[in-house]
Design a binder for this molecule. Structure first.
Ligand code: ZN
Ligand code: ZN
Length: 173
């Protein structure tokens, strides 16, 4: 997908709250030229991410996104359901706002059965407390091996001592 992206004070046509972070751009994939606006908002009862597209203009995409924000803001009270999400995100039945961490995750820790989406291996999940018993992926094992420095080893102590001695000598001169 070819996307041209602009950052900065992009959303200038609507009265967004100051906490908004946004991205705008133009998706120029063949047969798919359209402007888009992406907005992350955490303001009062609105905690969500909005993406709106327009084949007309960036300004039009922004207006669409702003319309959704206004609908979310004027919701009489969010009432979340899981929808397609299993990680604890939910969608409000009234205003259709998606929001993270509003429900209990639908997965359960294999050790203690607590609802969790903390970490996974294949289709199994582990809570934060039992994360250490999760099997490691090969890339994690490789990364640990590469970065392994044994700070308790005699070799490390000697190397550090050599460096400190050299620094002290240099200081004496
Ligand atoms: Zn709502
Ligand atoms: Zn657990």
């Amino acid at each position: 997908m070819a996307v041209r992206i602009g950052h900065g004070p992009a959303l200038s046509h609507c009265a967004w709250p100051e906490s908004v972070t946004s991205m705008q751009g133009r998706d120029v994939s063949p047969g798919r030229t359209r402007a888009f606006v992406e907005v992350a908002i955490h303001e009062g009862a609105v905690n969500t991410f909005i993406r709106a597209e327009s084949t007309v203009s960036l300004r039009h995409a922004e207006a669409k996104a702003f319309g959704r924000y206004l609908a979310y803001r004027s919701c009489r009270g969010h009432d979340f359901e899981h929808g397609v999400w299993r990680n604890g995100s939910g969608v409000c039945q009234h205003c259709r706002m998606w929001s993270p961490d509003v429900l209990e995750p639908l997965e359960r820790c294999v050790e203690c059965s607590a609802p969790t989406y903390y970490s996974s291996y294949g289709k199994r999940f582990w809570c934060e407390k039992h994360e250490s018993s999760r099997p490691r992926h090969q890339w994690e094992i490789d990364m640990d091996a590469e970065s392994e420095v044994d700070y308790d080893s005699a070799e490390f102590a000697q190397a550090l001592s050599d460096v400190l001695t050299a620094v002290a000598k240099a200081g004496d001169k």
